[in-house]
Unconditional design. Structure first.
Length: 506
């Protein structure tokens, strides 16, 4: 049962006094990917992991997002309360060298091929449109230069010619991580897209998530996940409302920023993190070897064959006509993928287990937002697997629902593992940002507050915030108060600290 599977995390092992203590708890070892629950996605995930020698969880995140992308426009899925899109949002945390980009490249190869062909057709269609628009404008000018005698009662005289409409942008993969760019793309293009990037830091650390934009961005993406309409209203342009749009998301993030993002109160309060499937796999760097062993060659040959089949299936799904509302050009009107009676019973049992584990003092006490959405996300995963296996399926079977639940148990365990590193608040996140700068960017042995204020992270150059950060770094052993005077950054200092770097460079 779920309630016995998820117990509260134990405290971290004590660290010798001579060693600095992490500001957050240590990250426990990750659980293995739930291979038996991956259903029809197991082979492509295993194949990508085999060919790249990347952690299987990274390949799983990439494949899940791709399959979500090509199925999300076909159907919504029934839940315990109404119906929802099957779109998935994923966040993969891994440092450079874990081959995140290689996994995404193999997973998205078929979509990129289709995008390339559609882009060629779009360029031709755009030229035709521009020629038609020019002819239309010429005709309008000719009409305006003539005197028309309006004959009373003739309805034809009141008709207005409509200008030709530009072709929709047909490509699926996008890299613009601003909510404005995504809104514009959905306004002018196909209604089902995916935002996939290995530069997650640009999303969380860039323009979109600056203080003045963060709430709008998080709310916009949350609405897209929910399948709600999204609106844009600006003085410089006509207001617009988008209906029937579907977006899948996969962001890849370096560990250095991950704790700050996970600990961001706004991200938690707004609810975006509660909608994201997080994976932070154990590193495989140092264990990957090139070998000519016959068994390895056979594994790679089988993996390549599996990926050919995967690419063919993705292209076949992309060729299917999307269910568009008849009075629009690009508003989706998906059918509903029902739950079988047995699948509903499974989902209700899972819901009850998660709800119990969300009580005070239970495993999910500090991640109730994510836990509350776990049953819905289990249905979404089951829906993605179902439509990948059979695009004509009308219901989610008990077996597919079991797959979705087991995978969500894995994601719950992963979120619990990450959350148990200390559930850092905003102040601890600030201290961690200063620690990373001091340990990795400041090359000297000693440092003082004046130097941290002048050269340190810009968002920490506030006296009170800096005092708190210095106090925390001192308590945890990353800074050691030194007596006497020291020349630091060209000036004499009598209040300064020695930087402790033993085993700390990241």
């Amino acid at each position: 049962m779920l309630t016995s599977k998820f117990s509260k995390g134990e405290s971290c092992a004590s660290t010798p006094q001579s060693e600095p203590v992490p500001l957050f708890g240590e990250l426990r070892e990750a659980e293995p990917v739930p291979w038996a629950a991956l259903g029809p996605l197991a082979d492509p995930i295993m194949s990508i992991s085999t060919l790249t020698q990347a952690p299987a969880a990274i390949a799983m995140q990439s494949v899940l997002t791709v399959v979500s992308t090509v199925t999300q426009g076909l159907a919504d899925v029934e839940t315990l309360r109404g119906h929802v899109p099957i779109s998935l949002f994923a966040l993969t945390i891994a440092k450079s060298g874990e081959r995140k980009s290689a996994c995404d490249a193999l997973a998205t190869a078929a979509i990129k091929d289709v995008d390339q062909e559609r882009e060629r057709q779009y360029r031709l269609a755009k030229r035709v449109f521009e020629a038609e628009l020019l002819e239309f404008q010429k005709g309008q000018r000719r009409k305006s230069n003539k005197d028309f005698e309006v004959i009373e009662g003739d309805p034809g005289d009141s008709k207005c010619d409509l200008a030709p409409e530009p072709p929709l942008v047909p490509t699926i993969l996008i890299s613009d991580v601003t909510i404005e760019g995504l809104h514009r793309r959905l306004e002018t293009g196909t209604p089902s897209v995916a935002l996939m990037t290995d530069e997650g830091g640009q999303f969380f650390g860039g323009h979109s998530m600056k203080k003045e934009n963060a709430l709008k961005t998080a709310a916009g993406f949350s609405k897209l996940w929910d399948g709600s309409s999204i609106s844009k209203s600006r003085a410089s342009s006509e207001p617009s409302v988008l209906y029937g749009k579907r977006v899948s998301l996969h962001l890849m993030l370096q560990p250095g920023m991950a704790q700050t993002v996970i600990g961001d109160p706004m991200m938690k309060d707004q609810g975006l993190l509660s909608r994201i499937l997080i994976a932070w796999p154990d590193s495989k760097i140092g264990s990957r070897q090139i070998t000519k062993d016959p068994s390895r060659i056979a594994e790679e040959s089988e993996a390549k064959a599996n990926l050919v089949a995967f690419d063919e299936r993705i292209k076949a799904l992309l060729k299917l006509a999307l269910p568009i509302h008849p009075e629009t050009r690009a508003d989706l009107e998906p059918r509903i993928l029902k739950l079988s009676d047995q699948a509903r019973a499974k989902l209700e049992e899972f819901y009850n287990c998660v709800e119990h584990a969300s009580n005070r003092g239970e495993a999910f006490e500090y991640m109730t937002g994510f836990a509350a959405k776990a049953p819905e996300m289990a249905v979404r995963i089951a829906g993605v697997q179902t439509l990948y296996a059979d695009e004509l399926a009308t219901e989610i079977t008990e077996g597919m629902m079991s797959n979705g639940i087991i995978m969500m148990e894995w994601y719950l365990s992963e979120m619990q593992r990450v959350s148990d590193t200390g559930r850092p608040n905003e102040e601890l996140c600030a201290a961690e940002a200063l620690r990373q700068w001091v340990v990795n960017k400041w090359a000297e042995e000693f440092i003082d507050k004046r130097t941290m204020m002048k050269n340190g992270p810009g968002h920490l150059r506030d006296g009170n915030t800096l005092d708190f950060c210095i106090k925390k770094l001192t308590e945890h052993g990353w800074l050691a108060r030194e007596p006497g005077r020291q020349v630091i950054n060209g000036s004499n200092s009598k209040t300064y600290w020695r930087v402790v770097r033993r085993g700390a460079v990241e």
